[in-house]
Design a protein around this ligand. Sequence first.
Ligand code: SF4
Length: 126
Amino acid sequence: MEQLETKLGYNFGFRHGFCEECGGRCCTGESGYIWISEEEAKKAASFLLMDMDSFAKKYLFVAKGRLSIIEKEYNGGHACIFFDEKAKNCSIYEVRPAQCRSFPFWDYYKNNTQEALKECPALIVL
Ligand code: SF4
């Protein structure tokens, strides 16, 4: 049975089970920041069997005083560098940062439901 996730303050719900069909719209499209904490970066580095310095040099940049994951060109737009273009999913899923884990329940979407609906086919208005 389809599992519906809801959160107080959001007028949409997230239907689990859609991610495999969607092709990774939350990881691709317009360019944006993919915030990652130092702790999360260390976990991702270790997941990829890399030391933190090499990981940071290869995959991170600093913006507004925070760490963000770099992007690549994809499909006429952008994708997170960790988006697996063949499998159409996250190649570091087990250690993805909190920003990715909490999607689509971001503060921004509380008052921008239409944008959230465009971004994610798993959402339904409640
Ligand atoms: S880290 Fe993974 S889940 Fe987050 S944007 Fe990149 S590919 Fe998507």
